[in-house]
Ligand binder design. Sequence first.
Ligand code: AMP
Length: 503
Amino acid sequence: MTTFADLGLSPKVLSAVTDSGYTIPTPIQAGAIPPALARRDILGIAQTGTGKTASFVLPMLTLLEKGRARARMPRTLILEPTRELAAQVAENFEKYGKNHKLNVALLIGGVSFDEQDRKLERGADVLICTPGRLLDHCERGKLLMTGVEILVIDEADRMLDMGFIPDIERIAKLIPFTRQTLFFSATMPPEIQKLADRFLQNPERVEVSVRSSTATTVTQRLVATHSKDYEKRATLRDLIRAQEDLKNAIIFCNRKVDVADLFRSLDRHGFSVGALHGDMDQRSRTTMLANFKENKLTLLVASDVAARGLDIPDVSHVFNFDVPIHAEDYVHRIGRTGRAGRSGAAFTLVSKRDGKFVDAIEKLIDRKVEWLNGGLDALPPQAEGEEREQRSRSGRERGGRDRDRSRGRKGEARVTETRPAPGIETSETEEKVEAVKAERKTEGRPQTPARSNPRAANHAAPRPANDDNRDRRNRYRRDDDDGPTPLGFGDEIPAFMLIAGKA
Ligand code: AMP
């Protein structure tokens, strides 16, 4: 069996690797390190979690032992699509480069230019950047790229998704053609292949898993759910609670606004949760990530962009709150668990609307994903309230006539939201009905339904004594399942609520 000692790394690097506890290189490391040390270009096709970062950091450290940096002329350049990923690569340099005296500079947005300038002034052996920030520095005339010997382009397919390819082309033009290029991508769509053909000279191709495959150590399941957000949130909560072996989990949403909503919802439901999305400032993102890594938070709600490539060892579960629109994102998301041979579980919430996205994923990974709960056909029929709400929505789309009525329906939906998907146990429906009953009793509110004047019922409902501003603000938000249980149900009171009210 190949060991790290067989790969040609320097003694200093080997000693740091041994200290980190690794003895056997992963397949991408075994495949990429020897040709990288021989100054060959590399085309590495590997998803995150395969040990890909060390596959370029270790040979770079060895090669950098000869020569030294000059002011404003970095010797190597690593391009990363996100700030977190760039910071992670810097951490790898710290870990494996602890026996070296290398100057590693991180150029990412959200950090002051002055601080970064000072580092560049000292001469950087390694420059780790997001493309935009690097170009900003170049445009300020503070950086000379003519001394770059090694260029690393990491997560190229994500660079493409994020629209960074023109920036990368500009950057590549600033670097001598004689450089060594190490190019990594989890998937190889045609655009990336074209880019690789242009940037790489006679590369060593190292492909560590079947293209676009997901790790076999991950148990993947689809979970049927009704399509509305509050129902999906209930399904997710039940699913999370049903996982006995859940250590920590990342929950993916397609849009950052949904990240924020889901985060608030889980928080209010008492989960230990953080969020990561592109609108957060750098400090919050770093703190959030550190808390998650240190197990101070159990759940992390994230968007694809924010979570890209994050090295969070030991994530036991991934939940896809939304089916990803781009099938490749499924592979990346699932890559958060089952890393480096560990086992993991990945659940994807699927509603009737998601069929074509699931088909695309199954086509890409070349296998069918099993249903946890018998599939969409096994879902209990839509509750009356939901059908009415959908009708109401069409009404709004026609001219917004039903706005007030739909608020009432929303309230109803809050109470009926917790119909579990089959195979998932829950007692929340009962809990909520009990809560409504109790609230009615303690506050002595009129038991008569607001059928006669739904608008008044919704707007004039008195607040509980302990209601604070936050609750007030959220009370009438559409699609919010977390405020106090509403008391007015418009003209759509569910039958069981009427019985409860008379009791
Ligand atoms: P990466 O694919 O670079 O994000 O690495 C994924 C995880 O694998 C990281 O937590 C690394 O610390 C870990 N790792 C890297 N190399 C090895 C190795 N040779 N053996 C076991 N784990 C490793």
